[in-house]
Design a protein around this ligand. Structure first.
Ligand code: C2O
Length: 512
């Protein structure tokens, strides 16, 4: 199936998914946004919490949906396989618990994606071997369909049939690989009621920006004249000089009574680099209720994120050094470019196996080069990062504040940063370099997210309480950036109580 099957559940459910790998490649599945309370073994990122499931083998994921409801997604978490291996997770509230909005007439899932004609594992290998930037996706898709802008799909666009006057809940998921996206429906307003599976104050917009890994629930009323209205999904990409897919995917929002082939009103998307449109959406995201943001902090972290260039070390530079200035693209956090270990970090940590990682991920950037905001006109020849598998250790229960700062040594960009095992409060964000004297924080009703698009050349501040023991990946959810090393892992230590301790691994854990 493409997209894959939907996991339907209810808050508090125990979810058991038996995964058999029938692909010719190693595979794992990640339950994006599921907080995996005391179940880090089942989180899914390959070589972080588990060894991959090999071809023909089976692994059973088992976890409880503790205090979580709403829309999330699952996806493969190895190489670029998530580009086509993904599906929705729908978690309904407990029986009898009402929604904070009037429950609509009907609900629909819309998964935005990118389609690639090439085998995705080969594609990643090829891009990494070239040292250069990836090619654009072959198509954007809505529920697997590119729509009429693409020849291959001109007659099978995805369509939602609606009854005039009724209200619908759309569960929108971005499962795309390498670009963030705008989404709009012609002549209709969208009211955001949930972001990353947490209720928000209702906020009405003409379009959404949704980053890969993010989910949004919106209400839409069929209150326009009977007709066909297009739904469009296209790129939000602020980096310069990169190739990316620019042709929107199209689907239809079609009223009962409309002539099936009548001309559809087309949806207007912002231009691909419209940072202001993105800010407007971000400004409106507020938690539904007053929330429990940690007021005091005991761990204050500052991570730079961004792309950099490494020196070409290939014997065949013309072929393998296609990055800026004949170098090789890399990406890093605090100037450390992550190297994937050969066994699972969680296993290495749990069994105290030496030699696979270090615990010295810096709390502030290494001063290898000065970070600047705004992309420079002249890209430096070498903004070398250090390569390593470094982790940051957090004591159980520590209250963490983390400033994420985009850097512009190669190109500034909006990076969707995703933290596994937690949601975090997005207490502030802004343009340029973070300045503690002038930064304003919202400690009252900030959104509680699992993926945050850090503004282009700007910063975002997040807070969370490290009360879920295990090894938790944090990375840019643009897949090419993950491949280039824009990632790190937190180790959260056990506390003293039984409910503060990671249980033993399951017996059928795959071996590397
Ligand atoms: Cu949705 Cu580590 O990923």
């Amino acid at each position: 199936m493409y997209p894959g099957p939907v996991v339907y559940a209810q808050e508090g459910d125990r979810v058991v998914v038996k995964v058999t790998n029938e692909t010719p490649y190693n595979a794992t599945i990640h339950w994006h946004g599921v907080r995996q309370r005391l179940s880090c073994w089942f989180d899914g990122p390959a070589y972080i919490t588990q060894c991959p499931i090999q071809t023909g083998q089976t692994f059973t994921y088992e976890f409880t949906l503790v205090q979580q409801k709403g829309t999330l997604l699952w996806h493969a978490h190895i190489s670029w396989l998530r580009g086509t291996v993904y599906g929705a997770i729908i978690i309904y509230p407990k029986t009898g618990v009402p929604y904070p909005f009037k429950y609509p007439y009907e609900e629909h899932i819309l998964i935005l994606g990118e389609y690639w004609l090439k085998d995705l594992i080969q594609l990643e290998r090829g891009v990494l071997a070239s040292g250069g930037a990836p090619p654009p996706a072959d198509a954007y898709t809505i529920n697997g369909h590119p729509g009429p802008n693409y020849n291959c799909s001109s007659n099978d666009a995805y369509k939602i049939d609606v009854v005039p006057g009724k209200t619908y809940l759309l569960r929108i998921i971005n499962a795309g690989l390498n670009t963030e996206n705008f989404f709009a429906i012609a002549n209709h307003k969208l009211t955001i009621v949930e972001a990353d599976a947490e209720y928000t104050k209702p906020f009405t917009v003409d379009r959404l920006m949704i980053a890969p890994g993010q989910t949004m629930n919106v209400l839409i009323t069929a209150d326009q004249p009977i007709g066909r209205y297009s739904m469009a999904m296209g790129p939000y990409m602020s980096a310069r000089n990169v190739q990316f897919q620019k042709i929107p995917a199209i689907a239809y929002f079609q009223y009962a009574g409309a002539r099936p082939n009548s001309l559809a009103l087309s949806a207007q998307l912002p231009s691909f680099n419209d940072n202001l449109a993105v800010k407007t959406i971000m400004d409106g995201l507020r938690s539904q209720n007053l929330v429990n943001v940690p007021k005091e902090i005991d761990t204050n972290l500052f991570f730079t994120i961004g792309l950099n260039v490494q020196k070409c070390r290939s014997r065949n530079p013309r072929k393998n050094c296609r990055g800026p200035n004949n170098g090789v693209f890399a990406a890093s956090m605090n100037n450390i470019s992550f190297i994937r270990p050969n066994i699972s970090l969680l296993q290495a940590y749990y069994d105290m196996i030496n030699g696979h990682f270090t615990e010295d991920f810096p709390g502030v950037p290494l001063k290898l080069y000065d970070f600047v905001n705004g992309a420079p006109n002249n890209i430096p020849n070498d903004t070398q990062s250090l390569n390593g598998t470094r982790t940051k250790v957090l004591e159980y229960g520590s209250r963490v504040q983390l400033i994420l700062q985009d850097t512009g040594t190669v190109s500034t960009e909006n990076h969707p940063i995703h933290l596994h095992g937690y949601s975090f409060y997005v207490i502030g964000y802004g343009n340029g370099n973070y300045n503690p004297q002038t930064a304003k924080f919202n400690l009252v009703d900030p959104p509680y997210m699992n993926t945050i698009g850090v503004p282009v050349g700007g910063w975002a501040a997040i807070r969370f309480v490290a009360d879920n023991p295990g090894v938790w990946f944090m990375h840019c959810h643009l897949e090419i950036h993950l491949s280039w090393g824009l990632t790190m892992a937190f180790i959260v230590k056990n506390g003293n109580g039984e409910m503060e301790t990671l249980p033993h691994p399951p017996a059928d854990m795959p071996k590397c």
